[in-house]
Design a protein around this ligand. Structure first.
Ligand code: MCN
Ligand code: CUN
Length: 788
């Protein structure tokens, strides 16, 4: 167990101090991209395609340009003159900035109208006359692979069909053989549909080019400002936008959840427009533009789990078809096109596994963007956790018992998983035991038996997941060639107060508080005396940004090590001040003292002052340190979630009675912030499980592109989350911490799905795909009754 080393006033690790950033947010003083107003700023609005697949016959700008205040209509042809009409996606596919001849999905950007204000720009966009020749859209990814399917991406050299790539991990033959020889094999096709992060703040940019200084100042709601700057320089260097001339400032962010990692076409057009016109250009998406473009997931997974008749798991195989829309815009590391999907073997110890994935083009918006997923871990965890429950049901074993019998044991860590990961640490048994105790598992089992006897539908669902977060190591992980590590830079001022800057960027995770707590833990400077700064590429050290719950595993570690470098320098200064040898100096949080004479001491603040005023001969003045941290491995948090539901047979209504979440993210920096992250993440877990899913018609139209039709759960839909934790420190992280922010979103959907399907099991219903809505349940019940 973890015990705090610092006082609450210093506020190091383990203290639930209040978030420093909240005063600003609660007082309405957060500064978001749309709050940026620059002199002479213009507004940009996109003209979007009503069709999912169409040839553009003509674009008539005349009427739009005739509107007073409309300054320009930018088309793909205009950008083509500068070779800016295509851009790379984060996974090295290509995406149109603006089309020159064909639109590939409904709501795709067709051209951009620039005007003196947004109202005029909207009028201008409506006045642009685009003539289309609609074509038959491919919506179903299986049909996209049929032989007579039209080739969607003839622009790609060598592309002969709509197949993007094949990926595989593990041993196909051995896994197939183990499955063929097993007593029991359960199979299922599991679909995780497209969903949208639906952050409160949509995407947006203010691009401001100064022709005299040749500097491009960009305000961008971005989770990864440094990486985006590098990519922009690589894409637009040929027109003079080189990296030192680009400054990206990511101001406050109203939710990222993965949706603010990529570069969207609107960003490039706004930058190009400002570059050409020489004035600031703002582009902010409206809600529907945000909801219809860019989604997570769309994985169709064929799963097979094999076991002995008493439930010893022997092999797992999963073959996935991934619908990426018209371009693969997954924000995944380049050597991991399917992200960390190969964590799909889960928390269980068995020998044989094989995972393969085929990615395919369809006429949908670029897919594979994230939804609080740790790089495809949600999909992986859903596959294995649904299948483990299916196996339990098939052999009539309690799903908790089945898990206990198959868990990787505490002594087996570091554990080499069959698909190539080295799990760092964990105690899965303890985590599940704690969850079962907290919810009162055995009592619910009895209650369920009684309810079933009365013909009532009650279900208990478990998910015991293993997460994988914290990329690097940079030797394995890069995005478009940019290696993944992260950074911290600390400056302690003469009065002992400090400023620390990071390569990550908080979107609501509380970094201004927790990074200060890490430094407080290491240096003993109160967390309230430490300012945290992120997101400005001109001032922050280079880093890859905040996603995949990597900030604590990477930048958090960098902060600790940078602080330790400072402490080493401080020790020399303290020795000088106390007139003893360095070897005689000891450290206790916040001060140095002479071994055996604790009354002779210097505080960190006194040492900081001396660093600028009274240093030993030959030493550099100043009290600063920087560290770029390249982790030796990822961190592997885990959790045990249990959900209890009741389903009403007449209506299909689902009532989540209890939900207990026990997370193990190693040592915790701020328990309250972690709890907040878990609450938010669980709500984003119930969302895809029960409510959210983008629906397409056969023509590729999105049928729920507004928040009237796309149900984002609020406090009303959310159950009372009950949380707790176990602590297995990461052996390789300098603070023993693991990332946590996405665990709940990864773990909750299968727990909820398992509970609902368990409730319906007496009716013979053995699987439902998420979102499991009341109408889906009702239909399944009707079908099962018709069969009976
Ligand atoms: N933390 C801690 N102790 C630990 C682990 C984490 O106190 N052992 C704290 C951290 O210090 C940090 C927070 O918990 O303040 C989350 O840390 P971490 O797990 O490292 O995740 P990141 O900071 O990298 O956040 C990214 C993650 C992702 S990928 C998505 S998606 C998501 C999420 O954060 N988007 C969010 N949570 C979000 N929360 C808000 N409010 N808004 C978003 O857009
Ligand atoms: Cu997968 S969503 Mo978060 O990694 O930014």
């Amino acid at each position: 167990m973890f015990s705090c080393k610092t006082s609450p006033e210093v506020g190091g690790m383990g203290h639930s101090v209040k978030r420093k950033e909240d005063a600003r947010f609660l007082h309405g003083k957060g500064k978001y991209t749309d709050d940026v107003k620059l002199p002479g700023m213009l507004s940009m609005v996109m003209v979007r395609s009503p069709y999912a697949y169409a040839k553009i016959k003509s674009i008539d700008k005349e009427k739009a340009l005739a509107i007073p205040g409309v300054l320009a209509v930018i088309t793909g042809e205009d950008l083509a003159q500068y070779n800016l009409h295509w851009m790379p996606t984060l996974l090295s596919d290509s995406q149109m900035v603006l089309p020159t001849d064909t639109v590939m999905h409904q709501s795709q950007e067709v051209c951009a109208v620039i005007a003196t204000d947004r109202y005029i720009a909207v009028d201008g966009a409506e006045a642009v006359d685009v003539q289309y020749e609609p074509m038959k859209a491919i919506v179903n990814p299986y049909k996209a692979l049929e032989e007579d399917a039209p080739l969607l991406r003839p622009d790609k050299e060598g592309q002969k069909d709509n197949h993007i790539y094949h990926w595989e991990r593990g041993e196909r033959e051995k896994t197939d053989a183990a499955i063929a020889a097993a007593d029991v094999v359960v199979k299922e096709r599991i679909h995780l549909p497209r969903i949208h992060v639906a952050s409160i703040e949509t995407c947006g940019i203010v691009a401001s080019y100064d022709k005299d200084t040749e500097k491009m100042l960009i305000y961008l709601t971005s989770q990864a400002p440094h990486a985006i700057r590098t990519i922009l320089a690589l894409v637009a260097g040929h027109v003079g936008l080189s990296e030192e001339k680009i400054r990206i400032i990511a101001p406050d962010i109203g939710g990222g959840f993965g949706g603010k990692v990529p570069v969207y076409p609107g960003y490039v057009v706004a930058i190009a427009a400002s570059f050409l016109i020489g004035k600031p250009v703002k582009w902010i998406e409206d809600r529907s533009e945000n909801l219809i473009n860019g989604f997570a997931r769309d994985y169709h997974m064929d799963c097979e789990l094999a076991a002995t008749k008493d439930g010893k798991i022997q092999a797992f195989k999963v073959s996935t078809l991934a619908d990426h829309g018209y371009t693969d815009s997954s924000a995944n590391p380049s050597k991991y096109p399917t992200g960390m999907f190969s964590i799909c073997t889960g928390s269980y110890d068995y020998e044989h596994a094989f995972a393969e994935l085929d990615a395919v083009y369809t006429n949908k918006a670029p897919g594979g963007v994230a939804y609080r997923c740790s790089f495809r871990v949600t999909e992986a965890v859903h596959a294995i956790e649904r299948m483990v429950d299916k196996l339990a049901a098939e052999i009539g074993k309690d799903p908790a018992q089945l898990r206990f019998e198959n868990f990787i044991k505490k002594e087996q860590f570091p554990y080499a998983s069959p698909l190539g990961w080295s799990y760092d640490s964990g105690d899965y048994k303890a985590t599940l035991e704690k969850a079962m105790e907290m919810i009162g598992y055995d009592d619910y089992k009895k209650e369920q038996a009684e309810k079933r006897a009365q013909g009532k539908l009650m279900g208990i669902g478990i998910c015991t997941f293993t997460e994988v977060v914290g990329a690097g190591p940079s030797k394995d992980f890069d995005i478009l060639g940019i290696a993944m590590f992260d950074s911290a830079e600390i400056r302690v001022h003469p009065t002992g107060k400090a400023l620390a800057r990071f390569g990550t960027k908080s979107q609501g995770q509380g970094h201004e508080t927790t990074y200060a707590q890490i430094l407080a833990e290491e240096l003993g400077i109160p967390y309230t005396d430490i300012e945290i700064d992120e997101g400005d590429t001109d001032t922050a050290p280079y880093g890859l940004g905040t996603y995949a719950s990597r900030s604590t595993p990477t930048a958090g570690a960098a902060a600790a090590i940078a602080a330790r470098k400072l402490k080493d320098k401080g020790k020399k200064i303290a020795a000088h001040l106390l007139e003893v040898s360095e070897d005689d100096i000891e450290w206790e949080v916040g001060k140095y003292f002479v071994k055996g004479a604790p009354e002779k001491s210097k505080t960190i603040q006194e040492v900081a002052f001396a660093a600028y005023t009274n240093i030993p001969p030959g030493m550099e003045p100043g009290f600063e340190a920087t560290h770029y941290y390249d982790p030796p491995n990822l961190t592997f948090p885990n959790g045990a979630y249990i959900c209890v539901v009741e389903v009403e047979e007449e209506t299909g209504a689902i009532d989540v009675k209890r939900f207990v979440a026990i997370d193990d993210c190693g040592n915790i920096i701020n328990p309250m912030i972690v709890e907040g992250q878990v609450h938010g993440g669980l709500t984003q877990g119930i969302a895809p499980a029960m409510y959210e899913g983008i629906v397409y018609d056969d023509e590729g139209n999105v049928l729920n592109g507004t928040l009237m039709d796309y149900l984002v759960p609020t406090a009303v839909e959310s159950p009372h989350w009950e949380t707790g934790h176990t602590i297995t420190p990461s052996p390789h992280h300098p603070l023993g911490a693991k990332g946590v922010a996405e665990s709940p979103t990864v773990g909750a959907p299968p727990a909820i799905a398992n509970a609902i399907i368990d409730a319906l099991y007496p009716l013979g219903i053995k699987h439902l795909d998420i979102p499991i809505t009341p109408d889906k349940v009702w239909e399944a019940i009707q079908e099962s009754k018709a069969k009976a």
